[in-house]
Design a protein around this ligand. Sequence first.
Ligand code: NA7
Length: 535
Amino acid sequence: MSVEKFDAVVVGAGIAGLYAIHRLREIGFSVKAFEKGDGVGGTWYWNRYPGARCDVESWDYSYTFSEELAQEWEWTERYPTQPEIERYLNHVADRFDLRRDIEFGTRIDQACFDESENRWLLRTSKDATIAARYLVSAAGALSEKFTPKISGVETFAGEQYHTSSWPAEGVDLANKRVGVIGTGSTGIQAIPQIAKEAEHLYVFQRTAQHVIPAQNHPLDEDQRREIKATFRQRLEEKLANAVGMSGFPEDPPSLLELDAETRREVFEGGWEVGGPVAVNRAFSDTGTNWDANKVLGELVIEKNSEAVNDPGVADKLLTIDHPIGSRRLIVGIDYFETYNRDNVTLVDASTAPIEAITAGGLRAGGDEIELDVLIYATGFDGVSGPLMAMDIQGVGGRLLRDKWATRPTAFLGLVASGFPNLFMITGPGSPSIFSNVIFAIEQHVDWIKDCLTYMTEHGFNHIDANPDVEDDWTQQVDKAAENLIVGSTKSWWTGENIPGKPAGLNFYLGGLHNYRAKCDEVADNGYEGFLLQSR
Ligand code: NA7
């Protein structure tokens, strides 16, 4: 059996995988990335559903490692669409000649740590065996889709799609009765677009949501010039704050300390700007104080309800039982207005639960709804999901999914003890999607590159996390989340969207800037907390 050998294998060719290839090459490593899609982009390759768009502004949702790249790329809108981000990532792959080290259409199914040879042995979906000194998971936080098990699914005579594996050629929804299950970020982006195409759209909503308007707009020439001119200044800003975004409100007022009129003025100002940061961070206390949070939630609901003509529909859409920001705050474009269309029906799946899929459609609350197309906008098994889906065996043949059976842990979210030479990008215990994820990815990859450089220079070829230090980090993760309203409701953030997945908020919420400082401190102290060896 022939075994191809590399210094490092990267799992995935999305934003993280592309950047990892680039950086690992720089330190002279032989690198190979395996990507199950037929193109680059990861999440932005798969999520092609109508309306797919990033809810971080284009000028921040960009790599910063190359100023030349930033100066030559032209974003066209405030919030970039999936096709535009996919084009950007293809441009990056070409510009840095990354494709030659990517095998497309190939999944890593199994990874076993071979202790005698101090390497990872990988089995691909094409039955090839690959050996790698280091394994870098760039599998993404949102790449393992979740489809609820609904009885009768196999009897459905129509077409079924999950938004995260939307066909590249698109789906013809004209003259079709379409059902969408799910009103998370994805559903709320897709619903207005699908409504324009379908004969009739039925939305199955289980949880009503707060939605902040994107106030999206095209970028004119002056704005594009400004984005380029301020590249360095914005980079400084991103390095200095908790979420790694520019234009982050520095010293917002306390909602509770403002009189009602000023409070409303501040809120209206944020609403006009649009996007999650301008509203959710308009006040200093809405993320920690339940009274302040309640007021902000009410202000948002009041605004949202103004867009809906039918008070009964508005009531179903906006009877919200969770604090604002406790689950992912959603950014919408014409979402509530969509329910004013004659061809859109809201089905309240909290009072009329989905019972079964039938040959002709879906049964909810005893009513049969006839459908030609059923769309699942039902989300993902986030962060740990893609890693658990792979068969990863560490020291002593222990499976990562067994180690993580009660809780996924990793020191700094980067290395899980017992799984040496495996680095995770945006892994559990890192800030991950609680920050501008592309900026978080750059931090992780740069740190990994520096760590591997250090190891090479000092004659080490084996790195593991000290289990006690890993436990200590998990405690720090919990401490950073104390007293925050974020995560106080069930959602994919807490893992509770996945039946049987242990509940917990496995993100470092102390801020990307503080996380970066901690990672730098560990590195400056000779990778303190990691066990480095020469084998
Ligand atoms: P989310 O945010 O996990 O949303 C999934 C939606 O699917 C949500 O509305 C769920 O309702 C709904 N859902 C899931 N299962 C069911 C069943 N069985 N019946 C009815 N409704 C169901 O995923 P998204 O893809 O929208 O967004 C994920 C992230 O992508 C987002 O946070 C951004 O970071 C980008 P529920 O709320 O659980 O009642």
